[in-house]
Design a protein around this ligand. Structure first.
Ligand code: FES
Ligand code: FE2
Length: 445
């Protein structure tokens, strides 16, 4: 059986939740067997972010990362294409690249010296005369390659040949992504440097926080918010705030235009975006120009998240059911003046890196959520996800499954719906389509 040919699901994963009633079973954040199925049915199947174009601009540039727990090399080859393949030698399995990023002409394994090209092909092996004719066909022994596709500079990969196209996988979520990736003709770039941190927490707690947990910010981040903004968050006002979900991806947001940007604590950045706003409105429309920079957070299923106005961007890499590796970058508008980029970088790191005023608050909570499941009884208890069950609306402009009110569990419920749909499906053809796209086959900008 090939890795993408999934076995019959060992159980019905829908029993771990009742999203109409509004609860999720705690075992999905703890259980080893459920985690193993996640590696197969979620991570070996879905498109996942692996790099941005700005991280691998030249031939030979590479980064290493993970798809689930599978290490991968993401490299730009001399033909200009980006290739993604397992970071594992096909001889005895050692890593073929130990660096996080760099530029290389080839990757050579430490153990016996097999060498691979930046397109993931086996180039040669030392003492090849030890092999008789017919012992090895080099063309068949490159590391397993993933499918690669990109959206506005963001490079994604999947190991599943049957996965839908990236455009279909993103669906109308592209409409929201454009507010972040394409609000200016220069697009975005990643600033150099990857910050890594680890937490003893289930990967889904990080993602569900970004997909739709504005609720926690007013309580968890009260002190940090006061430090960055000089006062408390304004009282929660549900009017003109929303949660939108497409294919398990989500964006929760207000429409006041500067809430997230203000958290960066730089008047220069606020002024820059205030001046940009009319141009932005011309490019992506009035509504999305207000959406970008507002108090908001977003996540793409399964494990890529970002804060559109705070400019932090991250992936949550699973390391077992009770541990995660977080990778963080600062993203800036490519055409912004250098001083604005620096102000964004400083604000972003003061708030959302492992020592940031807001980040530390969160990690402690997610570790707490995970650790309490140690007890056999606790593990079998439900968690409440029932906020805002009756607030679904049709909106003339906002695509996706839209709910009113930023304090809402809607995006989280729909994230777990997608999770269960994938966990229960033998192949992509069995994954139900729960939303009819408005922009199928069409650009969203
Ligand atoms: S394990 Fe890589 S060359 Fe032998
Ligand atoms: Fe938070």
């Amino acid at each position: 059986m090939k890795p993408h040919e999934h076995a019959q699901p060992p159980q019905d994963y829908s029993r771990y939740m009742d999203l109409k009633e509004g609860w999720v079973d705690r075992r999905i954040f703890w259980d080893e067997a459920i985690y193993e199925r996640e590696l197969e049915a979620i991570f070996a199947r879905c498109w996942q972010f692996v790099a941005h174009d700005s991280q691998v601009p030249n031939a030979g540039d590479f980064v290493t990362t993970y798809i689930g727990e599978d290490g991968v090399i993401v490299s730009r080859h001399t033909d200009g294409e980006v290739y993604v393949y397992l970071n594992a030698c096909t001889h005895r399995g050692n890593k073929i690249c130990f660096a996080d990023e760099g530029n290389a002409r080839r990757f050579t394994c430490n153990y016996h010296g097999w060498a691979y090209s930046t397109a993931g092909e086996l180039l040669g092996l030392p003492s090849e005369h030890a092999y008789d004719p017919g012992d090895i066909d080099r063309t068949q022994w490159g590391p397993r390659k993933a499918r690669v596709a990109s959206y506005k500079g963001m490079i994604f990969a999947t190991f599943d040949p049957e996965a839908p196209s990236l455009d279909d996988y993103l669906g109308d979520y592209r409409w929201y992504l454009d507010a972040f990736l394409d609000n200016d003709e220069g697009g975005i770039e990643f600033l150099p440097g990857t910050i890594k941190s680890y937490a003893n927490a289930n990967w889904k707690f990080g993602v569900e926080n970004f997909i739709g947990d504005a609720y926690h910010a007013w309580w968890t981040h009260d002190a940090g918010g006061r430090a960055m903004m000089g006062g408390p968050f304004p009282p929660y006002d549900p009017s003109d705030t929303f949660q939108a979900s497409v294919n398990g991806h989500g964006w929760e947001f207000a429409l006041e235009g500067v809430g997230d940007i203000a958290i960066l604590g730089s008047q220069e950045v606020i002024d820059y975006y205030t001046a940009q706003r009319p141009k932005m409105a011309q490019r992506i429309g009035e509504l999305r120009a207000r959406l970008f920079g507002s108090l908001a957070s977003a996540a793409m299923f399964p494990n890529m998240t970002f804060l559109p106005g705070i400019h932090t961007f991250r992936t949550w890499l699973p390391r077992g059911p009770r541990k995660l590796e977080l990778r963080i970058w600062t993203v800036v508008p490519k055409n912004a003046p250098e001083s604005v980029k620096q102000a964004i970088n400083i604000g972003c790191n003061l708030t959302f890196n492992p020592a940031g005023t807001l980040e530390m608050d969160d990690g402690e909570n997610w570790e707490g959520n995970t650790r309490t499941n140690r007890g056999w009884v606790s593990r079998h208890e439900k968690l409440h996800y029932g906020c805002g069950k009756s607030r679904q609306i049709e909106h003339p402009e906002l695509p996706g499954i839209v709910h009113e009110g930023q304090f809402n569990d809607a995006n989280q419920r729909l994230f777990y719906q997608r999770w269960a749909d994938l966990m229960n499906a033998k192949s992509w053809s069995e994954v139900p389509q729960r939303y009819t796209p408005r922009y199928a086959g069409r650009p969203t900008r």
